[in-house]
Design a protein around this ligand. Structure first.
Ligand code: GLN
Length: 494
């Protein structure tokens, strides 16, 4: 019997079409595996088995009545716990929202469900998506399924780890400064952040609104393309969602990448860790072998990106998180003297250290007297960073870079040094600031024991996701970069 939990969407739906399995059987295989494997990995904050069973049975009834397969029919999906699903708890991995039940569903979730996806549950993350390791969760850390002593990356670490551990076939995450791409790289799966506005943010709990995105994880580029086609597109409930037609990303995957011009920005390779540099250089050679023309390129404002990102995201976070005041959402401190005291005690008790740090940094950057020097300056630098990319895409079709400057680190290793943690976002925050799409694809592994995944990031111009996916697909097919060795590790491709 084929291992249902290791399949990709295509293979799974072949079995469904031939009646060799059922949505319920697929779901049960995943729920069983969650029970066994997730006790070590800890991807899930909550499993919604009942709800998923209903979806599976409804799918099986549809199929029995001769209904055609929908794009995600029978696909078990995990959803980061910052994306609302009506009737389920939405904690944002925070004590603040521990008992908060979502009153409506995110548009991306509704689209997944309409396409036949079955929601397995909600995944762990850094509190309010602030972090790069999933260790800022108020509940527990998630572990990297490739090496349980290491972090899965973050902030969407639970979603990335679930896909890597085969407990979910695909997952949704959110990316504000790298939170899909970096955990995808750390866990050895594919993760995509579309152009700002490509996927509706309705129902995504706001962290930094000008930077927030929802996007997919999967074990293959093809599956990521399928999910993106389902969730992308205009949504009247999110005024920043773009009214630009959504191509069939999957249908375009096979297009040749021969002759495409690929830029390698030198700023992303200075002093790069050898464990990362080796696989990325091999990856670049592989692109050459595929017939791409690889050229060096400059993105001169890259060095300001971390400072710029951490000013803008904290400023926006300080404003967005003002709503957790003990009045309207979630937690309220049980004892207090007056209203101000209630605010103070609630926020003190509900937020963890990193969230408090960001609220303080952001409040400072926005305060009168400092606003011009920090927030306004950061906005100006953001424009320069965006311009770097727009000029680059006048010359090249796409850019390749490492996704992360370091391999997955040990749990606890970076917790005492927030600045080191921030610096690790150096290669992902630039695309977020510019609003361009980015994907991380597996690109080999480190030499250690066990070998750890290395991810390559591909960036393209605004709304050029199709190009990004074509390149990633050709790369994945030519590379065969899956990490072999354990029966519960996935096969890439479908
Ligand atoms: N690691 C980055 C941060 O801590 C990115 C987070 C994200 O993309 N949500 O802000």
């Amino acid at each position: 019997m084929t291992e249902l939990t290791t399949l990709g969407i295509h293979a799974l739906q072949d079995l469904l079409a031939r009646r060799q399995t059922s949505a319920e059987e697929i779901l049960r295989a995943h729920l069983d595996w969650v029970e066994r494997r997730d006790s070590e990995v800890h991807s899930f904050l909550a499993v919604s088995a009942e709800r998923a069973l209903q979806q599976a049975r409804a799918a099986d009834r549809r199929l029995a009545a001769g209904g055609a397969l929908r794009p995600l029919e029978g696909v078990p999906v995990a959803v980061k716990d910052v994306i609302l699903i009506r009737g389920l708890a939405n904690t944002c991995a925070s004590k603040m929202l521990e008992n908060y039940i979502a009153p409506y569903s995110a548009t991306a979730v509704e689209r997944l469900e309409e396409a036949g996806g079955m929601i397995l549950g909600k995944t762990n993350c850094d509190e309010f998506a602030m972090g790069s390791s999933t260790e800022n969760s108020a509940f527990f850390p998630t572990r990297n399924p490739r090496d349980l002593t290491r972090v899965p990356g973050g902030s969407s670490g639970g979603s990335a780890a679930a896909v890597a551990a085969n407990t979910a076939m695909v997952a949704l995450g959110s990316d504000t400064g790298g939170s899909i791409r970096q955990p995808a790289a750390f866990c050895g799966v594919v993760g995509l952040m579309g152009t700002y506005g490509r996927v509706s943010r309705y129902g995504l709990v706001a962290f930094a609104s000008s930077l927030d995105h929802i996007g997919p994880f999967a074990r293959s580029v093809r599956d990521v393309a399928r999910v993106l086609s389902v969730i992308a597109g205009r949504d009247p409930l999110d005024s920043t969602s773009a009214d630009i037609p959504v191509p069939d990303y999957e249908a375009g995957l096979e297009e040749s990448v021969k002759g495409l011009k690929i830029g390698v920005p030198e700023e992303y390779f200075k002093g790069l860790n050898a464990e990362i540099a080796g696989p990325i250089e091999n990856g670049i050679k592989l692109l050459c072998a595929l017939g791409c023309e690889v050229v060096p390129i400059r993105l001169p404002h890259t060095e300001y990106a971390i400072a710029c990102y951490y000013l803008i995201c904290t400023a926006e976070a300080s404003s967005n998180l003002a709503r957790y005041d003990g009045v309207r959402y979630g937690l309220r401190a049980p004892e207090y003297a007056d209203l101000r005291d209630m605010y103070k005690k609630t926020r003190n008790r509900g937020f963890g250290a990193e969230v408090k740090r960001r609220i303080m940094l952001g409040t400072y950057a926005l305060s009168s007297g400092y606003y011009d020097a920090y927030y306004l300056k950061a906005q100006q630098v953001r424009t320069l960073i965006t311009r770097d990319f727009i000029e680059a895409f006048d010359e090249v079709d796409a850019l390749v870079t490492p996704t992360s400057p370091i391999p997955p680190f040990k749990l606890g290793e970076r917790l005492d040094d927030p600045l080191q943690m921030y610096l690790a976002d150096i290669y992902t925050v630039t695309a977020s600031l510019a609003g361009i799409p980015g994907i991380s694809v597996p690109c080999g592994r480190t030499r250690g024991n066990p070998p750890l995944p290395v991810g390559m990031q591909i960036l393209a111009g605004h709304f050029d996701e199709a190009r990004l996916l074509q390149l990633a697909y050709a790369f994945e097919k030519a590379g065969g970069f899956e990490i072999a060795g354990s029966p519960n590790l996935p096969h890439t491709g479908t």
